[in-house]
Design a binder for this molecule. Structure first.
Ligand SMILES: CC(C)(COP(=O)(O)OP(=O)(O)OC[C@H]1O[C@@H](n2cnc3c(N)ncnc32)[C@H](O)[C@@H]1OP(=O)(O)O)[C@@H](O)C(=O)NCCC(=O)NCCS
Length: 128
């Protein structure tokens, strides 16, 4: 069975490496956003069984705790809303310690994607 965290489905795992850090040696916020954008994209593709979307918005971005080099981050998604051509999901990343089982939420946000056709135009989700 797929791993879950409070009704959120595990999407991916990332190892925090030196190239992901800010000058304070914590994870760089833009890196977290890039991972979540890509991972929630994959989550939406799997949920809606379609693979051409563009990101239109990232809302309520909340950087909750720092993450440090060597930590493993797990990204999770939960479908929020499917509308005419767009779909939104909650995304979050947690630092999970496989030795203790402890986890710490690093970032949470909401992302919206629009289904598009080959010409980049929105398509109705009921037709995909
Ligand atoms: C997404 C895009 C195709 C929409 O085209 P458009 O002609 O504006 O289409 P519409 O006005 O009909 O909007 C389409 C849907 O997007 C939603 N939408 C548009 N902007 C939004 C925003 N900022 N936040 C949430 N939803 C938004 C609309 O509500 C609509 O949803 P619905 O059909 O489910 O009700 C176009 O704006 C685009 O290409 N944007 C750039 C996307 C991009 O480059 N992303 C970064 C890289 S992936």
């Amino acid at each position: 069975m797929q791993k879950t965290n409070d009704d959120f489905l595990l999407i991916s795992r990332h190892l925090v490496m030196p190239q992901h850090l800010n000058p304070n040696n914590h994870i760089f916020g833009g890196q977290l956003l890039a991972w979540l954008d890509k991972d929630i994209y994959i989550f939406i593709c799997n949920k809606l069984k379609y693979r051409m979307f563009v990101t239109v918005s990232m809302h309520n971005v909340n950087f909750k705790k720092p993450a440090y080099p060597g930590e493993i981050l797990e990204t999770y998604g939960q479908l929020k809303l499917v509308k005419r051509t767009s779909a939104s999901a909650y995304g979050k990343a947690v630092a999970f310690d496989p030795e203790t089982g402890n986890s710490r939420e690093i970032i949470a946000c909401e992302l919206t994607y629009v289904a598009i056709n080959e010409k980049g135009k929105p398509v109705r989700i009921e037709n995909i």
